[in-house]
Design a protein. Structure first.
Length: 209
């Protein structure tokens, strides 16, 4: 399992400095939550900020669109070095259309599920989606406490299908063993990384042990 830092949980006042604190050696890509104040109440980054980070930072981005109408963001993200874009299953009507649009740009496409959504209802997308992300807490400032119950029925929902599995929300070091047992491939971590005195050392320790 690989750990990815989520820049939305860093100090928004000091993005450049925060990127310096995590360096670029000990993780695969930078996780960016784009939140629009509509799909969820909080607002994080706009596309202009994403483009400016791109100009000054070399690793790929995994982008998590926590927005209404994610289809409006896809073209703009084309040249920003995204390795994967997640759209929320609750955010638009025609999910397969948006996933195919992302893939047509040569970017991997994933579905993200809020804690209340049941993966079983999205099995029809298993042939299209490259990955599934489970929100392991409610998004935004709603406590964001890791809830293991979100992952209770994933084996049943997945059946024989082997999809790349991600988790995001409230993940702490103490949850990593449980997540490995659940065969999670990527765990996104925000506060657990950026609230540390030396986040780069932490990434080195958990990703390279
Ligand atoms: O910001 C978020 C949702 O709004 C995400 O949950 C974030 O990527 C992870 O943050 P944390 O690990 O601090 O819960």
């Amino acid at each position: 399992m690989k750990i990815l830092p989520s820049i939305a949980s860093a100090s928004q006042y000091n993005i450049e400095k925060e990127l310096g604190r995590i360096g670029s050696r000990y993780y695969e890509n930078l996780h960016i939550d784009i939140e629009d104040g509509n799909f969820i109440p909080n607002i994080t980054f706009g596309l202009k900020t994403v483009r400016q980070i791109r100009e000054n930072y070399k690793l790929p981005f995994s982008v998590h669109l926590m927005v209404s109408n994610p289809e409006n963001y896809i073209n703009e993200l084309k040249n920003t070095g995204c390795c994967i874009i997640f759209i929320h299953v609750e955010s638009c009507r025609y999910l397969s259309e948006v996933l195919n649009k992302i893939k047509s740009l040569g970017i991997r496409a994933g579905i993200a599920l809020n804690p209340c959504s049941d993966l079983k209802n999205y099995r029809y997308l298993f042939g299209i989606t490259d990955a599934v992300m489970f929100m392991t807490s409610e998004p935004d400032f709603r406590g964001q406490i890791f809830n293991p119950a979100v992952l209770e029925n994933i084996e049943e929902a997945l059946g024989e299908k082997r999809l790349e599995l991600w988790v995001d929300g409230g993940v702490k070091e103490e949850h990593l063993e449980f997540l490995k047992k659940k065969q999670i491939d990527y765990a996104v971590m925000g506060r657990e990384i950026f609230d540390r005195e030396n986040p780069e050392d932490f990434l080195k320790r958990i990703n390279y042990k």
